[in-house]
Design a protein around this ligand. Structure first.
Ligand SMILES: NC(=O)c1ccc[n+]([C@@H]2O[C@H](COP(=O)([O-])OP(=O)(O)OC[C@H]3O[C@@H](n4cnc5c(N)ncnc54)[C@H](OP(=O)(O)O)[C@@H]3O)[C@@H](O)[C@H]2O)c1
Length: 338
């Protein structure tokens, strides 16, 4: 029997959108040529194909089955009703709908079942949350997560194509002895790190990126009381976010048990051979589907066996965004929801 071919649209063809086209092709997603929309009309070459990009308008979505959104929050908010009215499923990467109780927030390996109650829109979590939960959710399911303290090391491309361009440009400017241009980030990123991602919440002095991690993890793990604190830091690397995680569980857990649980989990690969240089690093996670998890050890600040420390690295453009969105689309098909 011939497999149904779906009509897929894409809004936004920057860092994440470009990656989405690559992932759709790589995974042989059952669709024809993707209809690409962005802020203005032009031709855009991705891999070996040229896409005629059209401006995204309310009339763009008629006849489409699935629309992947890799634009900004205001674009998603402005076009949501038009997508739903056209009868297409919207899979959005912005923060527009993540905390909307009517919208499932999904990483398929964590909570695919939440797709069943979608009303036309599905949200992708923040990439840092997605990478963390690939490694944390299996441990939570087995041992009951109580509290999590995270520090992140987030790549320049996490701020989109302009973020990566700025880091690369600063490296060139430095080599040529020129004054460095600072525009996409608050400070020079090359030879520096910046503990400031997204705006500050002036009631508690966390950044919105940090609060997203807590609020999104609570929603996706169905754990409204999860205690989670984190510090998000931009670091001068091109691609793949890393995170240092301190975890407290309801039940005892040993590093050996954690490795065994994670070894049997989809979306995560244990790399934990420290004496031979085996631990997660962003260069090794770049362009890979799996989140790398390692440096797994018992938390020595505790007297019991309920605490673990772990280090993870994952490609935020791929695992944290484009691949997650395409996997959501695959699961919608598998569950007969599109
Ligand atoms: N970068 C990451 O690591 C990452 C990870 C997870 C989630 N996200 C989220 O994914 C989304 C896209 O991020 P990105 O990093 O790919 O950003 P980006 O590289 O800056 O690309 C943004 C895209 O949005 C398009 N756009 C802007 N205004 C538009 C409009 N009015 N109508 C239609 N399209 C419009 C731009 O169009 P033009 O090309 O015409 O300028 C561009 O293609 C954001 O919500 C971001 O928070 C990013």
């Amino acid at each position: 029997m011939k497999m149904k071919e779906y009509k897929v649209g894409l809004v936004g063809v920057g860092a994440v959108g470009t990656e989405m086209i690559k992932v759709l092709k790589e995974r042989k997603f059952p669709c024809g040529k993707v209809h690409v929309f962005a802020s203005r009309e032009r031709d855009e070459k991705i891999l070996d194909e040229t896409y005629h990009v059209m401006p995204a308008t309310e009339k763009s979505f008629d006849g489409l089955d699935i629309v992947l959104f890799a634009g900004k929050t205001d674009v998603a908010l402005a076009l949501k009703d038009a997508v739903v009215k056209a009868g297409a499923k919207m899979i959005d990467n912005s923060r527009a709908f993540r905390q909307d109780p009517e919208v499932p927030l999904v990483v398929p390996q964590v909570n695919a079942e939440d797709l069943d109650w979608n009303k036309g829109v599905i949200a992708n979590p923040n990439c840092t949350t997605a990478i963390m939960l690939e490694a944390v959710a299996p441990l939570h399911k087995a041992k009951g997560l109580k509290r999590l303290v995270a520090s992140t090391y987030q790549a320049a491309s996490g701020a989109g194509a302009p973020g990566l361009a700025e880091l690369e440009n600063q490296i060139h400017e430095y080599a040529e002895g020129k004054k460095l241009t600072v525009k996409a980030f608050q400070h020079q990123l090359m030879y520096n790190l910046i503990p400031h991602i997204d705006k500050f919440d002036e009631t508690n002095w966390y950044t919105l990126e940090e609060l997203k991690m807590r609020n999104e993890a609570r929603k996706m793990l169905h754990h409204p009381d999860l205690r989670l604190s984190c510090t998000c830091v931009r670091v001068p690397i091109a691609r793949a976010h890393s995170e240092s995680l301190n975890l407290e569980f309801e039940n005892d857990i040993t590093p050996e048990e954690a490795r065994e649980i994670l070894s049997g989990s989809e979306g995560v690969r244990v790399v934990d051979d420290p004496l031979n240089g085996g631990y997660p690093m962003p260069l090794d996670a770049t362009a890979k589907y799996d989140v790398l998890a390692g440096r797994i050890r018992q938390d020595i600040s505790r007297d019991d066996k309920k605490g673990l420390d772990m280090f993870v690295s994952g490609d935020q453009l791929l695992r944290g965004a484009a691949l997650n969105a395409v996997e959501i689309a695959e699961h919608l098909i598998k569950r007969g929801l599109v």
